[in-house]
Design a protein around this ligand. Structure first.
Ligand SMILES: Cc1cc2nc3c(=O)[nH]c(=O)nc-3n(C[C@H](O)[C@H](O)[C@H](O)COP(=O)(O)OP(=O)(O)OC[C@H]3O[C@@H](n4cnc5c(N)ncnc54)[C@H](O)[C@@H]3O)c2cc1C
Length: 306
């Protein structure tokens, strides 16, 4: 079906019925009815300004924390990865657009002799996704180092917002309830404040961190990182899942990883989004029955069932 909207002046890629399995790290999932990969932020602004007010919009970075059900996204997916200029320094702050991959920010920070961003090398997502999720690892979290951000709204208007306008915690971020907003806002860019560091030291930290990840996570198979949030300090989801004997549990082509019980792997993209969701629900049920803990997902599940 031809798109009923005639868009004007766009430089990015606009597609219909784009399989989201191509754009999420699980390599499974249904199509996006409309899919736009902007050329840059100006292009994104032009596009959003032409969308109807009630169009469901989903921003996607690298899809490393996302499950799109088989029925797909009945609306527009905006694919941010790639729509970004390289990170740069501005007034002593590290500036990165939302579509930049986190490991690139980590490397750039190290090159500038800045510390405290090394952990970002282990996050296979974008700056936008990291801001939305308050991604973090090894003691570092995204909003610990944010100074300010720029958001973009449904009309394509940019707005500068300070860190103090947001409430954030473990894998959680929202605008404070008393902050004025005229509806949906997504992240366009961020300025990070980082302390002075040492290039060689940062490189060593990043190397050690990646080695540790390779040893403990099934990185060679399609996955979306930790599926569940850790229920409390010291009580990890992985340990609970393992204690329930759920490692290696399979459904379709997907299975609970034998290397890390909080990961669901999907070798060769053989499993469907429904298989992955079945495993998620089965784990939740079993852990609740056996351990009395309701695990909450860290991954975002969107779209319609088949
Ligand atoms: C192997 C592996 C290891 C991982 N390790 C970690 C880890 O240690 N710590 C951790 O926190 N996470 C980890 N993750 C999860 C994931 O990488 C992070 O959550 C990451 O921040 C997601 O970024 P993304 O760009 O892929 O977001 P996506 O998966 O594309 O989207 C995630 C959410 O962010 C929203 N979003 C994306 N871009 C924007 C934007 N510009 N504005 C507003 N909302 C947006 C989406 O709508 C969605 O709700 C891991 C994932 C994998 C595959």
């Amino acid at each position: 079906m031809a798109d009923p909207i005639q868009f004007h002046g766009l430089r990015g890629q606009l597609r219909e019925n784009e399989p989201m399995s191509r754009h999420v790290s699980w390599r499974a999932g249904g199509p996006a009815r409309r899919f736009f990969a902007p050329a840059d932020l100006e292009d994104l602004s032009l596009f959003l300004g032409q969308l109807p007010e009630d169009e469901p919009v989903l921003f996607v970075g690298l899809g490393s924390n996302l499950l799109v059900r088989e029925g797909g996204w009945r609306g527009t997916v905006v694919m941010m990865y790639g729509a970004a200029r390289a990170p740069r320094m501005e007034e002593g702050l590290l500036y990165a657009e939302a579509g930049v991959a986190c490991p690139k920010v980590a490397r750039f920070a190290a090159d500038q002799n800045l510390g405290s961003a090394e952990w970002m090398t282990g996050i296979p997502g974008t700056v936008g996704g990291a801001l939305a999720m308050n991604a973090g690892c090894y003691g570092g979290e995204t909003w610990d180092i944010v100074e300010r951000v720029v958001t973009i709204n449904r009309r394509g208007q940019l707005r500068r917002r300070g860190k103090e306008e947001f409430e954030f915690g473990y894998r959680h971020l929202e605008l404070k309830s008393d902050v004025a907003s005229d509806g949906d806002e997504w992240f366009a860019s961020a300025h990070f404040r980082l302390p002075e560091g040492d290039r060689e030291e940062s490189r060593e930290i990043m190397k050690a961190l990646l080695t540790k990840r390779r040893a403990s996570q099934p990185l060679q198979l399609p996955n979306a990182g930790s599926v569940f949030r850790n229920p409390s300090e010291g009580k990890t989801a992985a340990r609970l899942i393992q204690a329930c004997g759920l490692k290696r549990l399979e459904k379709g082509g997907a299975r609970v990883s034998e290397k890390h019980a909080n990961f669901i792997v999907n070798p060769g993209g053989a499993g469907s989004a429904a298989d992955i969701e079945w495993l998620i629900e089965h784990i939740q049920q079993k852990v609740e029955e056996d351990k009395g803990v309701r695990l909450m997902t860290e991954v975002k599940i969107v779209g319609d069932p088949a």
